[in-house]
Design a protein around this ligand. Structure first.
Ligand code: FES
Ligand code: CO
Length: 327
């Protein structure tokens, strides 16, 4: 790992949607670490993508009889990561205990495969998104979206209220109404939460209806955030979970869950496509931002009152000692 970051090592990061993972091993990168992710009868596994024999990528191998077979010399590893077969030696010869791969904690939950790289006992919780278990909501997953931007820059973009009227003009804002009403932020150990921010939206969810949306932003972890938009007239709620997987210091993959408590009859793809369209607008700007690492020194960039959330996020990261993707 090129940069030691205890805080991010404790987090559960999304590495794939569960439906992407079958018996065929796939390779993923998380915080610079190459992983092999695959499924056996006991569930999904995420290991260091490295055979202990000659360093071949196990993701080039295959699953046979619930073991992962290295493509190079056919060594086999069982579900615990221990080598159980070395074809080049007689079967009665014991296999050295050192012949095992590095196994990471991995869970399949809410359609997402989550991995944490740290092995200390202080695991963070999964980012809370109560809509997942609430039958009043319909959830659709979209992405994953790869971005050439640091995970903290991506989260800050998600929290940025001021850009809606410009970058997403005609959809999430109107440049004739660019001012942001004053709002507050509450900062806690668990994260950050904004007060309600009313924003005029020409077409906030691709259903073609304009209105005021009442935005509440939450930072759920160093690389996870949530936005809940309420229409005060109808009580319609549209919530977005943004879970950003840090790949390299300046590379990320975004996993997005969209939940709505209305318009169940509309196709989910309509909401997912709209999210993709909005994210492409953000992507162009995100990949252009310099410095690429999010500056945590508040003197480094200029801030407005409307940037209160970003300021709080930068402070929160600094207080927790997050170094990955920041400067
Ligand atoms: Fe994997 Fe030789 S490198 S078996
Ligand atoms: Co945006």
């Amino acid at each position: 790992m090129s940069e030691h970051d205890k805080v991010l090592m404790r987090q559960w990061h999304p590495v794939a949607y569960a439906h992407e993972i079958g018996e065929k091993p796939v390779s993923r990168v998380l915080m610079g670490e190459r992983l092999v992710v695959f499924r056996t009868s006991s569930g999904i596994h995420a290991w260091k993508d490295l055979c202990i024999h000659r360093g071949a990528a196990l993701s080039l191998g295959c699953v046979k009889d619930d073991t992962l077979v290295c493509p190079y010399h056919g060594w086999r590893y069982d579900g615990t990561g221990g080598c159980v077969l070395i074809p080049q030696q007689p079967p009665e010869q014991a296999i050295t205990k050192q012949a095992r791969t590095i196994v990471y904690e991995c869970r399949e939950e809410k359609e997402v495969v989550w991995v944490r790289l740290g092995s200390d006992s202080q695991a963070a919780d999964l980012p809370p998104f109560p809509e997942w278990d609430d039958p009043a909501y319909k959830t659709v997953f979209c992405g994953p979206y790869p971005l050439r931007a640091s995970a903290p820059r991506v989260i800050e973009n998600f929290l940025d209220v001021g850009h809606l009227a410009f970058l997403h003009e005609g959809h999430l804002g109107d440049s004739a109404y660019p001012e942001i009403a004053d709002y507050r932020v509450e900062i806690s150990e668990a994260g950050i939460r904004s007060s309600e921010i009313d924003i005029y939206q020409p077409d906030p969810d691709s259903t073609g209806k304009s209105g005021i949306a009442r935005y509440v932003y939450e930072v759920l972890g160093p690389t996870a955030a949530r936005l809940s938009k309420t229409d005060p007239l109808t009580g319609h709620v549209f919530s977005i979970l943004f879970a950003v997987s840090p790949i390299a210091q300046t590379e990320s993959v975004v996993f997005v869950a969209l939940a709505r408590n209305y318009a169940f009859e509309l196709p989910d793809a309509q909401f997912a496509d709209f999210q993709t369209f909005i994210l492409q607008q953000d992507q162009a700007v995100l990949e252009s931002q310099r410095p690429e690492l999010l500056p945590l020194d508040l003197q480094a960039e200029l801030h407005l009152k409307a940037d209160r959330l970003s300021i709080a996020y930068r402070k929160w990261l600094r207080e927790r000692g997050v170094v990955w993707g920041t400067a």
